[in-house]
Design a protein around this ligand. Structure first.
Ligand code: NAD
Length: 285
């Protein structure tokens, strides 16, 4: 089994990005800026935003964390988003999910200026993605495609099965894999006999948020398996795939942690850099 080592690929790409950013800063005299809005104090979210901040600093992206209390009102969040939309030093902006129930995540994300949407979650950017037009791609699906390509895996002609249909992972990765020439099946909570489908997969992407949902009996021998899930079990992080069992049947497998997670962060940083370059070229905010 070949380990799809997201940490290694991401750190190599981050180093290349660091060079590109240093060159751009030498010419243009301004660093790329990433604003992260976090609401509440969910420990998992806090660790994700810290990871994003640390990685930003490493590549030379100036990041700022706006941590708001979980009692914040919608108007206060909107005021912050509008302020950051106007700030010429902010190239990318993300709203760390999940946010408290009294706030509407889709509404708030769509208020982020489309040209600062570093996560690629804005409804217009998603529309461009589904129409195969150039746009900022959602970070996790983009990171998965980059990881596959780093291992010379070409999805063309493969049966790709995706478990999970979220707007941020399952649905957009289906789109990207279909564009890359794979034949797509999407499984979700209402799917009957999920193992029947997953066993057809040459490439299986699992993003369900259910610890060890996929066992060896659900995987075709020789399949490529990408595990997006992050679940805390007995104070340990585990994926949606039973790693120890599936490594005996899969040809390629991502670990959790250090698989898709670092690739997601790398994709976010690359998105921020791309937005920064667009802003420099257009000389807009
Ligand atoms: P989500 O939590 O919004 O939705 C889960 C999806 O899985 C739904 O579409 C649901 O229908 C499906 N599902 C749930 N249980 C199922 C079951 N028993 N059988 C079949 N389908 C089932 O999805 P998400 O936002 O894509 O997150 C999924 C997991 O991926 C979570 O653990 C999340 O923490 C993790 N995640 C990791 C990264 C990363 O960078 N590593 C990024 C995003 C999400």
């Amino acid at each position: 089994m070949i380990l799809l080592d997201g940490r290694k690929v991401a750190s190599e790409r981050n180093l290349q990005l660091k060079d590109k950013i240093a060159q751009a800063v030498a010419v243009h005299g301004r660093e790329p800026g990433l604003a992260i809005i976090m609401i509440g104090d969910n420990p998992a979210s806090l660790s994700y935003v810290k990871g994003k901040g640390k990685a930003s600093a490493l590549v030379g992206i100036k990041h700022e964390l706006h941590q708001l209390p979980d009692t914040v009102t919608e108007d206060e969040v909107i005021a912050l988003i509008e302020k950051l939309n106007q700030d010429p030093t902010v190239d990318g902006m993300i709203l760390q999910l999940p946010i408290p129930d009294h706030l509407d995540d889709a509404k708030l994300i769509d208020l982020i200026a489309r040209e600062k949407d570093a996560d690629g979650f804005h409804v217009v950017n998603q529309g461009y993605l589904y129409q195969k037009k150039p746009t900022t791609k959602p970070a996790t699906p983009k990171g998965i495609m980059t990881l596959l390509s780093a291992y010379d895996i070409n999805p063309k002609g493969m049966n790709a099965v995706i478990v999970g249909r979220s707007n941020i992972v399952g649905f957009p990765i289906a789109r990207l894999l279909m564009d890359a020439g794979a034949t797509i099946t999407i499984c979700h909570r209402q799917t009957k006999d999920m193992a029947y489908h997953t066993k057809q997969a040459d490439l299986l992407v699992v993003s369900a948020g259910r610890a060890r949902l996929v066992g060896a009996d659900m995987v075709k021998p020789g399949a490529i398996v990408v595990d997006v899930g992050v679940n805390r079990v007995d104070d340990k992080l585990v994926g949606d795939v039973d790693f120890e069992a599936v490594k005996e049947v899969a040809s390629h497998l991502t670990p959790v942690p250090k698989g898709v997670g670092p690739m997601t962060i790398n994709a976010l940083l690359e998105n921020t850099y791309e937005l920064y370059m667009e802003h420099l070229v257009a000389n807009k905010v």
